[in-house]
Every structure is written in C-alpha cells, then in structure tokens.
Design a protein around this ligand. Structure first.
Ligand SMILES: Cc1cc2nc3c(=O)[nH]c(=O)nc-3n(C[C@H](O)[C@H](O)[C@H](O)COP(=O)(O)OP(=O)(O)OC[C@H]3O[C@@H](n4cnc5c(N)ncnc54)[C@H](O)[C@@H]3O)c2cc1C
Length: 396
C-alpha cells in the first residue's frame, strides 16, 4: 500500500529483552528496526527486577544463557556502551540438607561450561557471609564473578546503543494486533497506525495474551505478581554482603545502595491481572521477608523496613522461558514466559534472537530447549537435580 509505514523488523516491548534484541539486531547489521513500547522503557517486569546475575541453575541450558550474558555484563561499556550497573560482588547458592549431591552435580555441570563456581564448606560460607547462621545449611556453592546489575540502566543503555545504530524507538505506542496472511507475519497494527514488516519479535512480558490469543496461540502462560522488600542494615551491621539465593528459606537477597538489603521470598502462585495490580508491597509480605532474612542473618530480626514494590512477571507452564520462531507463523519470533528469571539472561536472549533473524539460526547458545512446542510434544522442562521446589524457583 502506498504511504504505509514499513520496517524490516518490529520488536514489541521495551523491557530489557526487547531492548537487547533491538540492539543486537542493529549490531548485526539489520536496518530499519522499530522498537515499540506501549508505556515507557522498563515499565514491565524489568523496572522492578531484583536483577540478580548468577550462573547457578539446575540445568545446563539456562546456565549457558547466563554465562554468555555475564560476558556482556562484565564488559558492557566496551561491547554495548553505557553503564549497566553490574557489580560482581559474588553469589552464594544455599540448599537444604538432602540436596548435597544435587548441588555437587550442578556445580560440576557448571564448571564444565567454564563457569567460575565451587562447592564450599559451612566454615567458608561463614567467612563469605559474615553473621550468617549456617547450622541449617545442607550445602552451598560460591560464584566469585557473579552479582547483580541495575535493570533500568541496562535497558536504557541497550536502547541508547540501539538508537545510535539506527533503531527507531517509540514509547507510548501499543501494538494492538499482529497481522498475518497465509501463515506469515505481514506487520502490526498499533495505537499510532499500521506498520508493515516481514518479521515481528514479540517480547511483551506479562501482557502477551492479547496478542497471542487472536493468532490461536496458547502456551499456558500466566501473569503473576511478585514482590520485594527492603530493610535498613541494623546497628553494627556494615557488610556489603554478596548476593544469596537461600533455598532453605525460599528467599533471595542482595545489597541495595550503601546500607540496605533487598529481599524477595517465594510465595508460590500469585496470579494477578497485569493491567490492575497493586504496585506496592503487602504488609504481610514485609513480615515474611523480615523473618526469612533474620533466619539467615539473625541481626536483621528487628531491621527497619525501608520500602518495597511489586511487579508482574509471566510464568510459563514449566517455569522456563519460551524463546522461539513460532513454527505455525512464519516471521514471528518471541521471548515469552520470562518466569521471573530472565533479566540475567537478557543479553544472550537478545543476541540469540538477532542471530536467528539475521543469520538464520542462533549461534552463541542452542535455543532448542526453549522451543514453544515442548508443551504440545508433552515434554515440558524438568530438571533432574532440582532443589525440591522446582516449579517455584521464580523471580530471581
Ligand atoms: C520483583 C521482581 C524480581 C525479579 N528478580 C529477578 C532477578 O533477580 N534476576 C532475574 O534474572 N530476573 C528477575 N526478575 C525477572 C526479570 O525482571 C524479567 O524476567 C525480565 O525483566 C523480563 O524482561 P522482558 O523484557 O522480557 O519483559 P518486561 O520487562 O515485562 O517488558 C515487556 C514490555 O513490553 C511492553 N508491552 C507489552 N505489550 C505491549 C504491546 N502490545 N505493545 C507495546 N508494548 C507492549 C510492556 O509495557 C513492557 O514494558 C524479577 C522480576 C520481578 C518482578
């Protein structure tokens, strides 16, 4: 149609995965990339993320994505440009009794991939996390090179780098429909009019359903509300401690700023409407967090709460992301069901999708385990060496 707006690729969603994908597309030479975000950059899960950057997973595929991403976080200024706020402060994975052998097998698997990690003794744990209670710990693993980043800064930096390479970014623009003809993508309709494009990358976080349903696509995705709370360090506590995932108390924590600790606790199912959810933290949740924090670092028993928030993630049916070229819709690529764990992997996810679109296949990491068809095949993801609450290892 004459006068119709055109793009070579439209990326739907300005979270960290959309921004990373747009950047990597442009970095691989793709021209005329349009990134559309219905609100503002980082307005979804990304802006609320705990942004832990750890390699410890109970499967190889996610560890690989995390490791390839760490290489980018570590050298962000040179590779992407700008500051992602990455702090390699170290990471501890703590598991309860009964999972000692599983942890050793996971660490060995990660070491084979080239990840800097080791299983450690309770004495070493006490040294690495001063003030910690260790008598309830079954086993622990240490990653000296891991840490956390600033999720908003990372997204802004990816988006700025993408724009420098020619990507057009439009915020306040909602994609209302993916347009297809005879089984292939031809463009999108938006709140600012239609755009023709042979390739669309769908990275819409918790808001995926309204774009997937009209295409007849149902992957069993569920939006969940996830909370965190922040506590002032009590008198006498001055340690800028490392990042911890504590599978004994189902919590994860990291320092936030100079004198506070940010903590999240797994509550299980918390299905919510992504268009009408409370962005604040629930009083009950604050009490649960204080208890979990004090269970590991007893000095926090009377710590002052200094804030908190809630964000929306999209859980997939097996708690692992879907990263794919949808086989039934040519030209449609997606990153769906972030499952609360896809900040740390966003550099490699964006890169993998860009390689797939530009070069015809993902080169850096094999994305087959993340395929959308695994549910229809009756082969949802299951890790042999999980830590007991496999389906609930979310939001960290
Ligand atoms: C409290 C909390 C703690 C977390 N902690 C961690 C952690 O420690 N480590 C970790 O790795 N991960 C963590 N996560 C998960 C991580 O933040 C997410 O997996 C990641 O940010 C997802 O990024 P995304 O770009 O895929 O999605 P989102 O950030 O949700 O972005 C999707 C974007 O798409 C836009 N959009 C949706 N529909 C449309 C449309 N139709 N048109 C235009 N735009 C649209 C939305 O407005 C949104 O900005 C946490 C999440 C939360 C909420």
């Amino acid at each position: 149609m004459a006068g119709m707006r055109r793009a070579d690729v439209v990326v739907v969603g300005g979270g960290v995965n959309g921004a990373s994908t747009a950047y990597h597309l442009a970095a691989r030479g793709m021209k005329n990339v349009l990134l559309l975000e219905r609100r503002h950059l980082g307005s979804g899960a990304t802006g609320k993320s705990g942004a832990l950057v750890r390699m410890h997973y109970t499967n190889e595929a996610e560890s690989r994505l995390a490791l390839e991403s760490l290489k980018i976080f570590r050298d962000f200024r040179n590779i992407v440009g700008g500051d992602c706020g990455f702090e390699p402060i170290g990471f501890l994975q703590i598991v309860p009794a009964g999972y000692e052998e599983a942890l050793v097998r996971n660490v060995a698997r990660q070491q084979r991939l080239g990840i800097a990690t080791e299983a450690i003794t309770p004495d070493r744990l006490r040294d690495l996390l001063p003030g910690a209670r260790v008598d309830d710990v079954g086993a622990a693993a240490w990653e000296p090179d891991s840490g956390f980043a600033d999720p908003n800064a990372t997204t802004f930096a990816f988006a700025e780098a993408a724009q420098r390479l020619g990507v057009t970014l439009e915020t306040g623009c909602e994609v209302t429909r993916i347009v297809t003809e005879r089984g292939r993508v031809t463009g999108v309709e938006t709140s600012a009019g239609p755009v023709m494009a042979p390739v669309v990358v769908l990275v819409p976080g918790a808001w995926a359903a309204r774009l997937l349903t009209p295409l007849g696509l149902d992957f069993g995705l569920e939006p969940h509300r996830i909370q965190i709370s922040i506590f002032r360090w009590p008198a006498g506590f001055h340690t800028r401690h490392c990042v911890v995932i504590d599978a004994v108390h189902h919590s994860w924590l990291r320092p936030e700023g100079e004198a506070t600790t940010l903590i999240g606790v797994e509550l299980g199912v918390a299905h919510a409407d992504p268009d009408r959810f409370d962005e604040g933290v629930d009083p009950d949740f604050v009490a649960i967090c204080r208890k979990a924090l004090a269970a590991r670092l007893p000095v926090f028993g009377d710590a002052t709460m200094r804030g908190g928030w809630a964000g929306m993630i999209m859980m997939s049916a097996d708690g692992r992301p879907i990263i794919d070229q949808i086989p039934s819709v040519a030209g449609l690529y997606c990153m769906l069901g972030d499952s609360g764990t896809s900040f740390k992997t966003s550099p490699a996810i964006g890169r993998g999708l860009a390689e797939w679109i530009v070069d015809g296949k993902p080169r850096t990491v094999d994305l087959t385990p993340f395929r959308s068809t695994r549910f229809a095949e009756g082969r949802p993801w299951q890790d042999e060496d999980n830590y007991g609450r496999e389906r609930l290892t979310i939001s960290r």
